[in-house]
Design a protein around this ligand. Structure first.
Ligand code: FES
Length: 332
């Protein structure tokens, strides 16, 4: 028998089976709440349970009453308080057969894949969201759109080559004219357009892609806020799209770029920081009160940056937005 889950203070409710997690049940019912990894690592889906009880794995450093909705299952009817929620337009998510029109090796381990949608069709998404590539074996892989939403007849994906990865085996060999099935949009990582405070974007590797979409969108919409981008990698080749950075330096007043590289010589050559992105944030910022932080990368990197920003530099927890890239099969 399914339990009834109600969003506190509203008449919005949905059914959730005893063995189903609350986030999946909400998404299935067309209600989107913040999430990224769906595996209990990013913390984006945390919220309170105001009434009822849940089965929830112990989570370190989570305030009392807070649960990860991607990890907890109901033991009774519930009243929940998610950080945010909205109804998903069921017509908004679409599957397209897209055609490869360019595939560039941007770094030794990164391909930039440009796909064009069928003539006359447009993708509707918000900057920062992602799509799923439907592979011939039925599995799916998630990639953020790196292009801004107004370029809606195409999508640009930044594909990191992961040893043993199923799409990695395919991506570098894709040629102009090859076809791919994609489904979009997914995800709740997006720019808060009603905010005006300074933005700090912290990305590792191809975590650059969703932030590129955000910043290109800001250029297009004329949104002017101070922005600092910290982009981390091994060496200067890891920062695989310097032309995009140069464009923001020209078009976004108040834009600052901090490369954070493990290679000390390359870091010095770029007048950047030697070391990890979380240490770069620690070194460059003494107080993040009033900022918004947009962070994309591996779960450990996102966790380390969150700790610096929220625990050490005064950032309000609800002003930390993240997209944690978890390798492996995407959850459909
Ligand atoms: S921890 Fe639940 S979505 Fe990442």
């Amino acid at each position: 028998m399914a339990f009834d889950i109600r969003i506190a203070g509203t008449d919005v409710h949905f059914a959730c089976a005893p063995d189903q997690n609350v986030l999946d049940a909400a998404l299935q019912a067309g209600i989107e709440m913040p999430y990224s990894c769906r595996k209990g690592v990013c913390g984006n889906c945390a919220g309170a349970v105001a009434a009822g009880s849940v089965n929830s794995p112990p989570a370190e450093a989570r305030p009392a009453g807070q649960h990860l909705f991607c990890q907890c299952t109901p033991q009774s009817d519930l009243e929940i308080v998610p950080e945010a929620w909205h109804r998903i337009d069921p017509a908004a998510r679409k599957t397209f057969t897209a055609k490869v029109y360019r595939n560039t090796l941007a770094a030794p381990d990164v391909s930039i894949l440009q796909l064009r949608l069928p003539a006359g069709q447009r993708a509707r998404f918000k900057a920062g969201q992602y799509l799923q590539v439907l592979l011939p074996d039925g599995s799916r892989r998630s990639y953020s759109m790196a292009n801004p939403p107004h370029e809606s007849d195409a999508v640009q994906l930044h594909v990191r080559h992961v040893p043993g990865g199923r799409f990695t085996a395919l991506a570098p060999g894709l040629e102009s004219g090859d076809m791919l099935q994609i489904e979009l949009p997914y995800g709740s990582f997006e720019l808060r357009e009603d905010a005006a405070g300074p933005m700090l974007c912290v990305v590792g590797g191809t975590g650059f892609a969703p932030v590129k979409s955000l910043l290109d969108d800001m250029v297009k919409k004329g949104i002017r806020r101070p922005v600092t981008l910290v982009w981390g990698g091994r060496d200067r080749a890891s920062l695989y799209l310097p032309a995009a950075v140069a464009r923001w330096q020209k078009l976004l007043p108040g834009f600052t770029f901090i490369p954070a590289l493990e290679d000390a010589n390359d870091a010095a050559a770029l007048e950047g920081f030697t070391g990890r992105v979380d240490d770069a944030v620690r070194a460059k910022f003494t107080d993040l009160t009033g900022h918004e932080v947009y962070c994309c990368g591996s779960p450990p990197m996102v966790a380390a940056v969150r700790q610096v920003c929220v625990d050490e530099r005064g950032l309000a927890p609800h002003d930390f937005f993240s997209d944690a890239f978890v390798p492996g099969p995407a959850v459909a």
